[in-house]
Design a protein around this ligand. Structure first.
Ligand code: DX5
Ligand code: ZN
Length: 223
């Protein structure tokens, strides 16, 4: 199974101490910064737009994991200044032309992930498995930090791993996003998840001087 990686959910980061937070993440070798791009239409929240991404790239070289929670993402790739070192997730539910959207995304040379919400069945992946590098399995209805996991998504994660095996695609990354507590991380790692979006449920618990300890605890649970 692929090495497990942490994608720190930057919508949970304290803007006032962003530089210090990034310094901890660089020291702890956090693999990705998870950027929830929200347009207030696809999800009932708005945030982390192009200026935030541009600013973050000035601060650090940590690759970005851009989660486009926007309607019709294929017309908005230019908003986010995608680089080839990025991972970009677009939602199956966000466009009627998902294969075309994934095709257009290939222009950027980034890793392409298909995100699916808790109620979206796994079989929707069937016809696009050849166009993706991974799946972002939403464990909550996206748009807000601090939510509780939708319990049915745990069994769904198991079904997804089996589905990928049956289709000879067990080399794809499986990212899990939303309420990834230390316990949920342990359970999902045992199922086969490989990338863990870490927010208020894990690494951002408590003050800045606790983040490094939280990261080590999360890594313990993702082994
Ligand atoms: C959910 C977001 C997650 C979330 C993670 O829409 O995509 O990244 O912020 O944070 P917690 O751990 O609070 O769910
Ligand atoms: Zn996300």
């Amino acid at each position: 199974m692929k090495k497990s990686k942490i994608s720190a959910s930057m919508m949970c980061a304290d803007l006032v101490h962003l530089k210090q937070t990034i310094a901890v993440f660089e020291k702890e070798e956090i693999e990705y910064l998870h950027i929830d791009v929200m347009d207030g239409e696809f999800v009932p929240n708005f945030g982390l737009g192009s200026d935030y991404i541009r600013g973050l790239r000035e601060l650090t070289k940590i690759p970005l994991d851009i989660h486009m929670m926007v309607a019709s993402p294929e017309y908005k790739f230019k908003w986010v200044g995608i680089q080839s070192t990025d991972m970009v997730s677009i939602h199956y539910e966000s466009t009627p032309q998902i294969q075309r959207a994934l095709d257009w995304l290939s222009e950027y040379g980034c890793k392409r992930f298909l995100a699916i919400n808790p109620a979206t069945p796994i079989y929707v992946l069937e016809e696009v498995l050849d166009y993706i590098d991974g799946i972002n399995l939403l464990m909550v209805n996206p748009g807000f930090a601090g939510q509780k996991i939708v319990l049915s998504t745990i069994k769904k994660a198991e079904r997804l791993i089996n589905f990928l095996k049956e289709h000879g695609k067990d080399d794809l990354e499986v990212e899990v996003d939303g309420n990834i507590t230390f316990e949920n991380a342990k359970k999902l790692r045992s199922i086969g998840a490989t990338i863990f979006v870490a927010g208020t449920s894990s690494i951002f618990k408590g003050p800045l001087n606790k983040y490094a300890e939280n990261i080590l605890s999360l890594r313990e649970n993702m082994k």
